[in-house]
Design a protein around this ligand. Structure first.
Ligand SMILES: Nc1ncnc2c1ncn2[C@@H]1O[C@H](COP(=O)(O)OP(=O)(O)OP(=O)(O)O)[C@@H](O)[C@H]1O
Ligand SMILES: [Mg+2]
Length: 262
């Protein structure tokens, strides 16, 4: 398999310095070119898992293999879109996107590639703006353009469309699908939107919380474009919704219990 997540465990220390299991016994094999979504309640460890695959966070135990090689640090084979845009505030939109490209190519080529993707996310008019001059959704689109312009084999996307309006989101869904079909990238895509995950992915991993574990591994084998399969998509959505609701209820009742005991 292209990506192997092998017996990954992650603990963080809480405020009393006690280790808390965040991810427990995560095993996941992902084929090259697969589009995999990850769903799960807030705090279940989705971002932590993505950050481990990105090589930015160390596991407590277990390992990640990509194409047979053990991952210990970030690499240009993996492009990450963070949950928060993570732009350099002192660089313009264009400079933010070309920054990681400059090491790989000539300035002119970097700018050409950056422009292509910035236009794709409809920011062609904002090249010389600074991040603080943009809305949250616009900043997020710069971060998406930056990851795509790097043209990595694997895209790690953490709620990339979370801050966008429905229409922009739909347009970017199409563009991401096109890029994925054309370039056969492997995509790990975290989202809170069940319908988004069904629309886009081959496979949906549903995680549970405390500790973060994989509860379900669902194959979505509907043909694309999936707009033609609304009924089938709704059936899958209902199935996942009822399953996730239990997990989310668990988080809410734990929170209430804690509040009542303090
Ligand atoms: N650096 C850290 N130090 C201590 N605890 C952390 C750290 N990073 C994450 N955590 C804890 O790990 C758990 C998982 O966090 P994570 O950000 O991976 O969740 P998530 O599934 O991405 O949630 P959301 O859907 O809200 O983005 C949370 O309980 C969080 O408090
Ligand atoms: Mg997260």
């Amino acid at each position: 398999m292209f990506i192997e997540i092998d017996e990954v465990n992650k603990q963080y220390n809480d405020k009393e310095n006690q280790p808390v299991d965040v991810l427990k016994d995560i095993n996941l094999s992902i084929a090259k070119g697969q589009f995999v979504s990850i769903l799960g309640p807030s705090g279940c460890g989705k971002s932590t898992l993505l950050s481990i695959v990105a090589g930015l966070t160390k596991t407590t135990s277990g390992k990640i293999l990509i194409d047979g090689k053990s991952i210990t640090k970030p690499g240009k084979d993996r492009g990450m879109v963070f949950q928060q845009a993570a732009l350099f505030p002192w660089l313009t939109v264009m400079e933010n996107v070309t920054f990681p490209l400059k090491k790989e190519m000539k300035k002119k080529d970097a700018e050409e590639s950056a422009l292509k993707y910035l236009q794709m996310v409809q920011l062609g008019k904002y090249l010389s703006h600074y991040p603080h001059e943009l809305s949250g959704g616009m900043q997020q689109r710069v971060a998406i353009a930056r990851a795509l312009a790097m043209n990595p084999e694997t895209l790690l996307m953490d709620e990339p469309f979370g801050a966008l309006d429905e229409q922009t989101r739909s347009r970017l869904h199409l563009q991401l699908e096109n890029i994925w079909t054309e370039t056969k990238k492997t995509i790990l895509f975290v989202t809170h939107s069940i319908s988004e995950s069904i629309k886009l992915s081959d496979r949906i991993i549903v995680m549970g919380t405390k500790p973060g574990t994989i509860l379900q591994d669902i194959t979505v084998d509907l043909p694309r474009p999936r707009e033609d399969y609304k009924k089938e998509m709704l059936e899958i959505e209902d199935h996942i919704m009822s399953y996730l609701k239990k997990e989310i209820d668990k988080v809410v009742s734990e929170e209430l219990e804690y509040a009542n005991s303090h």
